[in-house]
Each structure stands twice: as structure tokens, then as C-alpha cells.
Design a protein. Structure first.
Length: 189
């Protein structure tokens, strides 16, 4: 299994775990583009097409909400067709695909193979781009949540410190009044 890692945290983790990296990228940052995705996936598609690798999977933080970003594994190569209605969950291969009768006839120009040849690389690139964008969104969501928690905690600390200061100030004033009253009583008597 070859690891192609994007980002400083992942690179640091796998270096610490003493896992060899096939490639590493730190130049993408927080603004991924489709060009970045194409640069990442191009060599992997070539290796897959030549038989150098059996599968390509992307591991990323799927963005569901600012507080829910579970790690997700997405297989991008080989591309598997979506499940058909009523089909049991599992892997598909060409031998057990049901034949579907369509009542509509489509004329495809150029041929279906030529269209698929153009669309599949775009699909694979867009899946990698999706992973990059969702990871960035997950990062920003986590950062926003952390900053909100820090702000809330700072507000709570300010409230506690204000109360403590006011109690100390009130105790000092009470003590000074007691000393003045005690001094006045001593002079009277």
C-alpha cells in the first residue's frame, strides 16, 4: 500500500508512525482547486491504468456539520456503478449485474465509450476535489467551534473574576467601615 499524503498533519503523523510515504504535498493549503485535484490524481490514474495499483482510495474528513466531520474512506478507482433498486449491499462485478430493460432509446454521439472515456477522468478528479474541499470545510468548522468555545470560556472567566474582584472590594470597604466605626467608638469612650 502506497501512501500519498496531503497536508502537514498527515505527513507528521505518518513520519512519527515510521510509515514510508510515496509522495507528500503541503502546497495546497486551505484553498484547493480542481487543478490541485488533477495534479494529485493524474499519476494515480496512470498507475491504475497500467496495473501498478489495484485500487485508489481517498481518506478525508467528511463535512456534515461544524461539529460532525467523521473520517471517511472513498474508493475512487475502480469506479463501481451505483447500487440498483432492490439490490443487496455488496460489491458488484460484471457477472452478477442485472440486465435492465429501458423503454427509452438514446442516440449517443460520439459513442457511449467515447463519452465515458471523457467523463470518467473528470469524475475521478472531482471526487478528489470533493475530498479536498470537504476536508477544508471540516477544518474551518473545527476552527470556528474551537474559537467559539474559547470565547465562551473567556466570557465565563471574566464573569468569575469580576465577581471575585467585587467580593474582595466589598470586603475591603466593609473592613474599612468597621475600623472607622471602631475608631469613633474608641474616641467616645
Amino acid at each position: 500500500m502506497d501512501l500519498h499524503v496531503v497536508g502537514k498533519k498527515g505527513i507528521t503523523y505518518f513520519r512519527f508512525a515510521k510509515r514510508p510515504l510515496a509522495s507528500q504535498r503541503t502546497d495546497i493549503g486551505d484553498k484547493p482547486t480542481a487543478t490541485h485535484a488533477a495534479e494529485l490524481v493524474g499519476p494515480l490514474v496512470a498507475q491504475f491504468a497500467s496495473g501498478g495499483v489495484d485500487a485508489v482510495e481517498v481518506v478525508f474528513a467528511q463535512f456534515r456539520s461544524a461539529v460532525s466531520t467523521p473520517p471517511t474512506v472513498l474508493r475512487i478507482l475502480p469506479v463501481t456503478p451505483p447500487r440498483l433498486e432492490g439490490e443487496k449491499v455488496g460489491r458488484l462485478d460484471r457477472s452478477n449485474l442485472p440486465t435492465v430493460q429501458h423503454s427509452t432509446f438514446y442516440l449517443l454521439k460520439p459513442s457511449a465509450e467515447a463519452i465515458l472515456e471523457q467523463l470518467l477522468p473528470l469524475y475521478v478528479r472531482n471526487q478528489v476535489y470533493r475530498a479536498l474541499v470537504e476536508t477544508t470545510a471540516a477544518f474551518y468548522g473545527a476552527q470556528r467551534t474551537a474559537m467559539k468555545n474559547a470565547t465562551d470560556n473567556a466570557g465565563d472567566m471574566l464573569d468569575v473574576l469580576n465577581r471575585t474582584y467585587n467580593r474582595a472590594r466589598q470586603a475591603q470597604i466593609t473592613q474599612e467601615i468597621a475600623e472607622i466605626v471602631g475608631g469613633a467608638e474608641a474616641l467616645k469612650g
